[in-house]
Design a protein around this ligand. Structure first.
Ligand code: SAH
Ligand code: SF4
Ligand code: F3S
Length: 485
């Protein structure tokens, strides 16, 4: 729970009797100081602590954004609640597939009942889903009990919205079409004390024809190497041993900076941080993963032996319509190069089935790639039509029953190769980071291997956050049972 000290200094120095400053992050420091007073007052009135709950949907970017929201809420004086029955409920949403939207609307329906019992409760919807106008209109029309709606580009103003929300009763809505800046130095409360994500870029310029992300997250913007390294160093001095560098396409890191810096150069610098034991990154796009990056991974033991390389489809015809900029054979050649250079590397992927115009012969190609690359794991998604994307307008949308059949075929192929890959590791001893108490059996600890696979070992909570040497005794498909040696 590291609250950024630089920011705390600003909060201490701020004078809430003078008007809020215009410049950032001083402005947010002013609002946080004010939020502390407002929270204090509410707690005195209620005669009990005020609680919050942040529910996160979607990807690692959202998980990191939620840590920023929690950072502000804890810093304002709220305590985390174990359930959604709370005083300040935040849904940080995802809209990458339709079922993500539907889940949030379902949860909102249930939250309205909680609010009837606790009328002082505040309900917030933020994140990718509300960057779409139709969703905001739906909330305004049918979910009028929502108190605050804000988007992805103005998250840094959360302290300010928190004040407005605590002082007013109507629905506050503020969504921006684009980001005006990257504000550094805001407080962050990490979910895990020993591992963290770090944004290296925000947004995406790739416009894959099925994908909503570039529309809801805006154009690509890189943080400077200095800010990233400083943040990583601070995290390490705070007890973090594993850092994941986050970007929609990490390969394009640094191209937009005044002094350009490649992703390979950034990785090399991050590796030099003393005390940092493991580095991960997500996601490299197969169209421009450089030889330099492969070399840096190969030469630095600290970098996890895991590359997540989203395939999406193995059919050249579909890849072209998806606007992915590589062919089936180029993808296979890249994966083979990675395997050739980095022994023991796990390659995982994302696959979409049922893209417009897709037929069983295209799925044959996808399965051919799965078999030839031998993925260690793959997330398979049924194509979901996202309004506003080019693929949504394509005339040859695939019927649900065909999509389901394609999904089953792909899943079976993935399971076969992934189990085969995992099986081969049985008996080996490897390093694993102990992450949490096993959810099913508290006498076990769940640890993560460098290749991202999980291993459950007998142990106790004192092991959490430590690197263990673990023997992989028994393979259970995608995970292992093991023992500490
Ligand atoms: N920038 C990353 C991840 C983006 S979203 C990348 O390029 O890999 C994560 C995954 O969601 C994607 O890899 C894709 O497989 C899936 N996805 C994106 N849009 C989708 C859609 N409209 N329907 C189904 N799956 C989708
Ligand atoms: Fe979406 Fe493609 Fe960007 Fe990934 S690279 S976020 S799939 S547009
Ligand atoms: Fe979802 Fe937004 Fe991530 S749409 S996948 S949470 S960038």
């Amino acid at each position: 729970m590291a609250i950024n000290e630089r920011f705390e200094e600003l909060v201490r120095k701020t004078d809430i009797n003078s008007p809020a400053p215009e410049n950032e992050p001083a402005r947010q420091a002013w609002f946080l100081a004010r939020a502390r007073l407002l929270t204090q007052r509410r707690m005195e009135e209620a005669g009990r602590p005020l609680t919050f709950r942040v529910e996160t949907f979607g990807c690692q970017m959202n998980a990191r954004d939620s840590e920023k929201i929690v950072g502000i809420l804890e810093s304002a004086g709220f305590t985390e609640a174990p359930s959604e029955d709370t005083d300040f409920l935040v849904y940080n949403t995802c809209t990458v597939r339709d079922n993500a939207d539907q889940r949030v609307f379902g949860r909102l329906g249930r939250a309205s009942h909680l609010k009837k019992k606790n009328p002082g409760m505040k309900i917030v919807v933020c994140g990718c889903m509300v960057q779409e106008k139709s969703n905001v209109e739906k909330i305004r029309r049918s979910y009028r009990f929502v108190d605050l709606v804000f988007g992805t580009h103005n998250l840094y103003r959360f302290a300010e919205y928190l004040c407005t929300c605590l002082e007013s009763d109507g629905m506050v809505v503020e969504i921006w079409d684009r980001a005006d800046r990257i504000v550094e130095a805001l407080p962050v409360a990490r979910k895990y004390p020993f591992k963290s994500g770090t944004n290296i870029t925000f947004g995406c310029n790739n416009f894959c024809s099925y994908c909503i992300v570039p529309y809801v997250r805006g154009r690509e913007r890189s943080r400077t190497p200095l800010e990233i390294l400083r943040e990583c160093e601070r995290l390490v001095s705070d007890g973090v041993v594993e850092i994941m560098l986050l970007g929609q396409n990490v390969n394009s890191y640094g191209k937009d900076l005044d002094t350009p810096c490649t992703f390979a150069e950034l990785l090399t610098e991050v590796c030099k941080i003393e005390g940092l034991k493991r580095i991960r990154f997500m996601t490299p796009h197969p169209k421009d993963l450089s030889d330099d990056v492969i070399r840096v991974v190969r030469d630095n033991e600290k970098i996890a032996r895991h590359i997540h390389l989203p395939l999406q489809s193995g059919s050249d015809r579909i890849l072209k319509r998806m606007n992915r900029h590589y062919t089936k054979e180029q993808y296979i050649a890249l994966a083979q190069k990675i395997r050739g250079q980095i022994p023991d590397v796990a390659i995982t992927t994302d696959i979409i089935v049922g893209f417009p115009g897709e037929q069983d012969c295209d799925i044959d190609d996808t399965i051919d790639v799965i078999r030839r690359v031998g993925f260690d794991n793959a997330f398979t998604f049924i194509y979901s039509k996202r309004a506003g994307t080019p693929a949504a307008k394509m005339p040859d949308q695939v019927p649900d029953e065909d999509k389901n059949r394609m999904f089953d075929r792909v899943l079976a192929a993935v399971q076969e190769t992934a189990h085969g890959r995992a099986e081969k590791l049985t008996g080996r001893t490897m390093e694993a980071l102990a992450e949490e108490v096993n959810v099913k059996d508290s006498s076990y600890i769940t640890a993560r291997l460098s290749n991202n696979m999980l291993v459950h070992v007998p142990g106790d909570p004192s092991m959490i956050g430590k690197m263990l040497q673990v023997r992989l005794d028994e393979c259970r498909g995608f995970y292992f049972f093991g023992s500490v040696v």
